[in-house]
Design a protein around this ligand. Structure first.
Ligand SMILES: Cc1cc2nc3c(=O)[nH]c(=O)nc-3n(C[C@H](O)[C@H](O)[C@H](O)COP(=O)(O)OP(=O)(O)OC[C@H]3O[C@@H](n4cnc5c(N)ncnc54)[C@H](O)[C@@H]3O)c2cc1C
Length: 434
């Protein structure tokens, strides 16, 4: 049977691998991490309101369960003539080589390596900023945040606070800002009384004129109201010129001091994609056709954040709409591509015509911790005019994750997981304290 290799087991790649595995296709998944955590949860890992150790899924166990092979490793190139992927050597904790550089052969290849935050070449971002692109990064931020609060508790002056600057007021920045206050309040119940709203200062810096610039304006306004009520210091229309160890320097030359800085402004796909000889755009995303095949390729596909798909023009969008880098797009692409690849495996020739991928924008949801959830739903038809908030929005927000769990685990295991997560709220501390 033809082998399908998927590189990247994130929101889209793992769903695709699972669907193909259940259809009994010959599938190999490669990821550089040992465990999977749905990326939109990372800001909760960063604040400690979600424990990666409890919620992460082992790739090896999951793949064994759905009948697919798993390779742990970082892909850094491909041999297009021989149809082989190149994996970097895997190093152990002391830098020793655990696995040599390897090659993995494929008949059909799917790139699903996602994207990471874009530093736009701004000086100091790499050295001084945290980003939330992986569990390890989110956990590193969490530990430093705890240490800062510990220092405040034990040795802080009376007027001292922990200051976190977040650059980028998109969904990640806005959600993180609110979640930080939630986490700081929770810490007061565990002997860190100097935390809480009074012990935390959050500075949110955004180059655009409003928070959530990519979402409907009314949502921005509501989110801004919640953030201001929490005490978040907003710096809108503020571009960052440089990041220093002690804060963020704006284009106007004003230093915004901070103890911790999070970079959450824009995304780019991994740079090695631009060296494969495949067509990419200016942020390294692979250019794909409407059936998610990489342009000019017969058997190489891409989905999710690492794919650039411009939909066919319509009267409303004459230039054609770019599918946004979102979990719901990765989910829809994985579902579509699973159908395509299953169809091709069952009817290899003649190849039947495929209806192009169509992205359905079901709306955008933003969770401001326990303080508020906002959403614009049915954006396809309502164009951002149908807003929901509170419990209804919270339920819709959680349903995105449930959908992911359902695809991976099916209804029974998802129900058991929900039960376990409910029980954990009683058994475990409400925030990770280590
Ligand atoms: C903090 C945060 C909050 C977000 N909130 C939302 C939200 O509320 N709603 C929403 O729709 N979207 C949200 N997003 C965006 C969403 O997470 C992404 O759009 C989605 O995860 C993209 O899925 P993907 O499968 O393309 O990539 P990812 O989920 O990023 O997965 C990529 C996978 O590839 C692996 N990988 C990368 N490079 C290599 C390599 N060289 N070799 C091997 N493996 C590799 C990674 O380990 C990872 O497992 C959020 C993102 C972040 C960071």
């Amino acid at each position: 049977m033809q082998s399908i290799v998927i590189v990247g087991g994130g929101a889209g790649g793992l769903e695709l691998a699972t669907r193909l595995g259940r259809a009994k296709l010959n599938v190999t998944l490669i990821d550089r991490e040992r465990t999977h955590l749905w990326k939109p949860l990372l800001h909760e890992v960063a604040t400690g309101t979600l424990d990666d150790g409890v919620d992460a899924l082992s790739y090896r166990a999951h793949c064994a369960g759905v009948g697919i092979r798993f390779h742990l490793g970082q892909v850094n190139g491909m041999d297009r003539e021989r149809r082989e992927l190149l994996l970097a050597p895997m190093l152990g904790v002391h830098g020793e080589e655990v696995l040599h550089a390897r090659r993995v052969a494929y008949d059909t290849l799917v790139w699903a390596v996602g994207a990471h935050s874009n530093d736009f070449g701004i000086q100091g971002v790499r050295e001084h900023c945290h980003s939330l692109d992986s569990s390890a990064q989110a956990q590193a931020f969490h530990l430093e945040l705890l240490n800062r609060f510990l220092h405040l508790q034990e040795e802080g002056h009376d007027d001292e606070r922990v200051t976190v600057a977040i650059v980028g007021a998109g969904a990640t920045g806005v959600e993180l800002a609110a979640e930080l206050f939630n986490a700081a309040e929770m810490l007061t119940h565990y002997g860190v009384e100097r935390a809480g709203r009074k012990g935390l200062r959050v500075v949110l810096v955004e180059a655009a004129e409003r928070v959530l610039p990519a979402l409907p304006e009314v949502m921005s306004q509501r989110a801004q109201n919640v953030l201001e009520a929490l005490g978040v210091e907003l710096h809108l229309n503020t571009a960052v010129q440089q990041v220093q160890a002690n804060g963020v320097m704006t284009k106007e030359g004003v230093l915004l001091p901070a103890d911790l800085i999070v970079w959450a402004a824009g995304i780019q796909a991994p740079s090695f994609l631009a060296r494969l000889g495949l067509p990419v755009n200016r942020i390294n995303q692979l250019e794909v056709e409407a059936d998610l095949r990489v342009k000019g390729e017969e058997a190489v596909y891409a989905l999710g954040d690492c794919a650039c798909l411009r939909e066919a023009p319509t009267a409303a969008t004459p230039a054609g709409r770019l599918v946004p880098p979102r979990a719901q797009a990765a989910h829809q692409m994985a579902k579509f591509l699973a159908q395509v690849l299953i169809e091709r495996a069952r009817h290899p020739s003649p190849v039947r015509a495929i209806k192009p991928f169509a992205y359905h924008d079901h709306g955008s949801l933003v969770s401001l911790a326990d303080y508020q959830t906002l959403g614009s739903v049915m954006d396809d038809v309502m164009h951002g005019r149908f807003l929901i908030e509170g419990r209804m929005a919270r339920a819709a927000y959680l349903s995105l994750y449930r959908q992911h769990q359902l695809t991976l685990h099916g209804p029974w295991r998802t129900a058991l997981m929900m039960l376990a997560s409910g029980m954990n709220q009683w058994i475990r501390p409400s925030i990770k304290l280590y």
